[in-house]
Design a binder for this molecule. Sequence first.
Ligand code: SF4
Length: 458
Amino acid sequence: MRDEATPNISTQRSSPLGSDPATTRADRTQTEVGSVFVSNYPAYSFWGEEDVPRAHRALADPPRPDTKLGLYLHIPFCRKRCKFCYFRVYTDKNSQQIQTYLDALAREVEHYAQQPAVKDRPLHFIYFGGGTPSYISSRHLRSLVQRLKDAIPWDQADEIAFECEPGTLTQAKLEAIRDIGVTRLSLGIENLNDEILRHNGRAHVSKEIYQVMPWVNALDFAQVNVDLIAGMVGETWPRWRQTVQKTIELDPDSVTVYQMELPYNTLYSKDLLAGDSEPLALADWKTKRAYHAYAFEQLATAGYVRSSAYTMKKTPDARFAYRDAVWTGQDMIGTGVASFSHLSGIHYQNAPHWDNYLATIDRNDLPIHRAFATNREEQLTREVILQLKLGALDTAYFRAKFKVDIVAHFAAALSGLRDEGMLHFDADSVSLTNEGLLRVDQLLPDFYQTQYRNARYT
Ligand code: SF4
């Protein structure tokens, strides 16, 4: 699973996006192993142990004024591993092990609640991500949430988001999810063709989606999102048209479309690199962009409006508190194995494996494994590239926050991308063209500082 801001990933090795951007963009026709979805800056490969004390110091200091705080909870369990998945997930844990993990997660949140940078701050959002949060039982979920709320009250939160794999949902579990206050339910549907779902290793099939939708609708969540992936292995135009049509018929409040990637550590990539598999029937980038554009056109015809490069929403004022907080540099505590946090300008990641995560919590320590203390320039660039995913930048926002005219500051990148037909800009705003929106992740390295190009991604 993932959301647009994607705080939890496992270990990809490198990214062709780090090489010369213009050359890379022109050359990228096939879906090659190593492609990535840009979720942070500078790349994770620059984070290290040397900045871990800075993360601890930031937690011991008061928070930055006027900064919101969110909580990400990583639930790393899935029924089976999708062949394209690159997240930290486990498919072999029993109920007792899940209980052990959830106890550790609650203890981690309790530990955070005592830190001066977190203590007494209201939570702006809570995000249950994974993995598959809906994999855990209703009993596990209710007891986890009770402990979390005792540690940090969240009654004032603007958004409580929860990722689901349709085949793990029952009516009773959906009621439990609704009872804990979830406002945005995100369904990882990905495709509505069963052959494609099976081929790509998804645990669910379309029948399970149609079984759960009446329960979802009856519970009247404030927002229901459907995730789709354009260009899964085995995709064809007739199948994709059907998936888009059936998705519109499901009538979700928002639809998020990703283009299929092949980061290094997916099952597909490992097989390909080991020479153990036939070439995959995988769409090239041009076809995936065409699939993506088609889905957005159909959604627009059905009354949806664009919310970002990836998401269309039916209700114009629907909000995405988690995404917007991450993309505007607010604070987020990421809890659970391998999770990513951002606090007071410091990025950090938790221990990336089950045993060392649990052992550190057992010692009553925070499991901070690597960190990166950003300077003002890096913070500015991070916000520029992430907000570009919204399709437009407001220059007044950056003047007010960073005292920088981004049009002058990023003149070379902006002019180059304008000449390629990817964006327009004037003194007040920067707007991606439709073509720019469809390949936004490939454009972002144009804004990177030199030392962060030609780099491994994680
Ligand atoms: S459901 Fe599939 S893609 Fe989502 S986290 Fe689990 S294994 Fe990964």
